[in-house]
Design a protein around this ligand. Structure first.
Ligand code: ACM
Length: 263
């Protein structure tokens, strides 16, 4: 069995050390093969311009303070941690997710579908959707608004992902329900780790919807957080169940696709 989980919390803007401390406190005594943190867990969400956010962003190679802290924490939890973070790349900032274990950064995913004013802060992601292995499980990453594009989860599933790690800062109320379908239509486990709380920029508040969740390959909730509040949950899963795409004796989710008619 493989233990997965999420760490729902409320990242604070402009205070990477406070966010590391919050995650560290919530992870005390937690052991899991895969833990997912929210989107932009190092920086918080609302910034006026890239230059405003840049001091809190860091490279994806693990040399900055946030990913270095995750590496240390992954040593304690005994697995891999997937977290959203503001990434400083060569040409600009990316809204990224990193998979980190005790040895360092395993993979970085740059958010493909930027939401609303994120387009003013970040470059569109250029990594595409890939799978990495951890203790025999195939894991893929997507970030928040990617949920609204079924191609994201489908591409990960077709690439072999058994588990989708989905750091989020959700503001619309639909994703937690929509991900039931993303899991069901791809027969994959999914872990949506959302943040909670309200941020404000120029008098405009933005409230995040919490309710982080772990879904199985039939879209059943194995765990769910409340809308507000710090919350850690774990569940034991068998990732290999995601390899069975068979619905009945005559239907297989992937073998029955008709891509020649989808163009
Ligand atoms: C979002 O993609 N953070 C809504």
């Amino acid at each position: 069995m493989f233990t997965v989980g999420f760490v729902q919390f409320r990242p604070v803007r402009r205070d990477v050390a406070a966010n590391v401390a919050a995650v560290e406190r919530l992870l005390a005594g937690v052991r899991a093969d895969l833990l997912v943190l929210p989107e932009l867990a190092n920086s918080g969400y609302l910034y006026a311009a890239p230059a405003d956010l840049a001091p809190y962003a860091e490279p994806g190679d693990g040399s900055g303070p946030f990913l270095a802290a995750l590496r240390r924490l992954a040593g304690q939890t005994g697995g891999v941690i997937v977290a959203g973070f503001a990434e400083r790349g060569g040409e600009g900032l990316y809204n990224s997710a990193a998979a980190v274990d005790a040895g360092g950064v395993l993979q970085v995913y740059r958010k493909t579908h930027l939401f609303a004013d994120e387009k003013l802060l970040f470059l569109p992601g250029d990594t595409g959707f890939r799978t990495f292995e951890h203790r025999g499980a195939a894991i893929g990453m997507m970030v928040c608004f990617d949920w609204h594009f079924p191609e994201a989860a489908r591409t990960l599933a077709l690439a072999g992902s058994q588990i989708i790690a989905h750091p989020s800062n959700l503001v619309m109320p639909y994703c937690q329900t929509a991900m039931v379908t993303r899991s069901l239509e791809n027969r994959v486990f999914s872990i949506t780790c959302n943040r909670y709380g309200t941020e404000e920029l120029d008098g405009n508040p933005l409230t995040f919807t919490g309710a982080s969740q772990i879904l199985d390959t039939l879209g059943r909730r194995l765990a769910q957080a409340p809308v507000e509040g710090d919350y850690v949950a774990t569940a034991k899963i068998d990732p290999a169940l995601a390899d069975n795409k068979r619905i009945n004796a005559r239907n297989d989710l992937f073998a029955d696709r008709r891509p020649e008619l989808y163009a």
